[in-house]
Design a protein around this ligand. Sequence first.
Ligand code: ATP
Length: 911
Amino acid sequence: MTNRSTVERTGTPPSFHWHTLPAERVAEALQSPTSGLTAAEAARRLAQYGPNRLAPPKRRGPLLRLLLQFHNILLYVMMAAALITALLGHWIDTGVLMSAVVINAIIGFIQEGKAQSALDAIRAMLSQHATVIRDGQRQEIEAANLVPGDVVVLASGDRVPADLRLVSVKELRIEEAALTGESLPVEKSDAAVSADAPLGDRYGMAYSGTVVVYGQATGIVVTTGAATELGRINQMLSDIRNLTTPLLRKVDRFGRVLALAIVAMSAVTFMLGVWWRGHPAAEMFMMVVALAASAIPEGLPAIMTVTLALGVQRMARRNAIVRRLPAVEALGSVTVICSDKTGTLTRNEMTVQRVVCAGHVFDVGGVGYAPVGDLSIDGRIIDVEHYPALAMAIRTGVLCNDARLCEEDDLWRVEGDPTEGALLVLGAKGGFTQHAGHAAWPRLDAIPFESQHRFMATYHRDSDDEPWIFVKGAPEAILDMCASQLAHDGELPLDVDYWRRMATDTAAQGLRMLALACKRAGPLEARLGFDDTRSGYMLLALVGIIDPPREEAVRAVGECHHAGIRVKMITGDHAETARAIGAQLAIGVGKPAITGAEVAMMDDAALRRVALEVDVFARASPEHKLRLVQALQDDGQVVAMTGDGVNDAPALKRADVGVAMGRKGTEAAKEAADMVLADDNFATIAAAVREGRAVYDNLKKFILFMLPTNGGEALVVIAAILFELALPLTPAQVLWINMVTSSTLGLALAFEPAEHGIMSRRPRPPGEALLSGFFVWRVLMVSVLMMTGALGLFLWELNDGTSLETARTMAVNAVVAAEMFYLINSRFILATVVSLDGLTGNRYVLLAIAACVPLQIAYTHLPAMQAIFGSTDLTPVEWGKVLAAGMLVFSVAELEKFVIRRTRLAGRLNG
Ligand code: ATP
């Protein structure tokens, strides 16, 4: 049921002008108290109005999807051939050709379904969340569960989850390009506007699908789902695009050119056969039709798609959710990864270890979020009460704070920003709880933390009704606001040198730093503005917080270095902290760190010179990230860049692989990104690079399998015609081989896991042609090898007096056996497969072979098949010879790999 129909049912006209009503009237009309709906009421409304979701775009029906499988130039050629054979009355050939076409279409249909459902599962993982107030509590829920009347809290970076009438607004700016096409953000207010105001001028409304680029607000949901403005224009946002990438398009083009070349080659073979060798035209014609049908790689498009989709699915299992498929390809050739520090390279489990006040340095005991630990000076436990600056600093940390510390089953957990959580734990260790703090010092207003200004401020009233402002933030930002400091014996002028020295000293130990300050405010005013945070503060303390590196990130950085990928850390933190943490992760060891301010001073040429050399960028802002990506790309690098804030979007879009954080990332960042990390973990990027390389490898492996097997069949026939030999395969037999092997065997390679040494290679050069010199060599070599095996066996048998039928049966089986053996060879491009893992490591390869064996036995021994294809029974000895021919291909292919590995030709041939 759509919201609109319900609105109609409840008597509200669909064109109801919410924007013309004052906010209180809207709250009344939708029975929406400021404490939000109750859970029961929300559930009732959800049942009544339906989920807040847009209907997905209409999918093609299964029948149409099946029919579309035939819409493929390669299959057109096969169908044309079938038509011609039918006109000539060669019904068996027509039957086999049409079976091959139908089998291919069905396999394509099933594969496409599999690929689609893989992407659907991933789409579900990207569901949007919204912060609401329900039962008087702030909570995060799935945006699909929003109902009219819900009170929604918006913050910068959020995507507006439904149409809202804004109730309270703090410097809210929203980018409404999704609806109005206007890319400049619109300044919002809570005021009503006239009924005829166009969408872009309804300042009191926030519309579903638009993005908050600055500020905060709360609003009441007025419409959800299809009834929203976005629903009316019926546009789906952030959909995963089509199943194609530049490489797939290239391969597709290659397939077409190949098809044309094959048709041309068949025509030449026909002419040579008829005019030069004098074969009857009708027989020759059937032969070249079969030839063309077997040489055309009709399974190519379907298998490429499924390889890609399987790769995407594997990445999703490892928490890397791909939003744009070309990223899979780019991942395989990434040369530089630029990563945030906090939460990505580090654990984001913050613990205060040190508090520096004027004249005293306090150590804080305990680990994690459990509020257990003592404060001490030089090992001597102290009482906070005796240190007024420390007491005031701890109070500031607890009050200037939006996080919540909670205990569940003896486990302490922080809801909100972990940096703030650490201050709550410090508060609890020092005897200040959040609850008591808020009761004694109620908060009147706040300026939340934004990485642009690097501080947070809150405005309070104490028990004597005196107004106070508390600030906390990066030491540089806070020091600028302070004129004095609180020392043991009262307020003193600020000793800037002391604080700078202590800050550098604390940061050099890898601690993250916050400065805390406060001031008595002027007479009570309703709002806290940036003007109130400029000067006149009293510095209380510097807090040093430890946030250790993730162990798996340390390993992943090592793996990246091994794989020829540079890792750079780009952080908002202090340069010394960043360098110290970098050193623990082996990033930028022994090299200087550069700050955002220094980046800002450099011109593009200077930045390009240092961008590759320097690995740690501190106090960096989103615009520095963008310039860095550009500088690295100008230098020819393929860059993956992480980000979480709304302002990171340009850098994420610009990077070859933009990576957003799934947990702490904003919707704006996720939308701009190519890939989302469900666990915010650097190690996941390394895993995705590995999978990206594996996907590319598998595409290569499939082509390396398919081209020579098709080529081998074709060569057998061409050679026989050219050298005027008895034809070793009849047209129907060629078509049979094609039908049994072409799509089925190669498909198994799509399931190939990443090779062991895949992260010991250099990154693939981005513009690398798929068909390198090595490729052409391998295709030619194996084609000739297959021909030698099959044709050689056939001629030998004829020479030995075996009947033509039996010799042909052996030739057919030899080609199929050679393909099966070569499928195993193809598992690894250069590494040997002669090992337990090499021979049995991919069960799909074994399954594909197991499926082909009974078909060949049936072909050889079933009387019905013998009647159709002219095959004969084979003796065990003859079967042995067939297997030997297959083994020949296998052994020579392994020998070739061995020689290439030994002579280190690989690099040169590949390059
Ligand atoms: P990264 O980009 O690696 O995630 P970061 O998270 O350390 O870096 P920011 O969140 O931009 O970077 O923080 C920059 C600085 O701002 C911190 O070093 C700290 O001093 C200060 N800061 C961080 N969080 C808060 C907060 N909640 N309130 C006040 N100041 C903060």
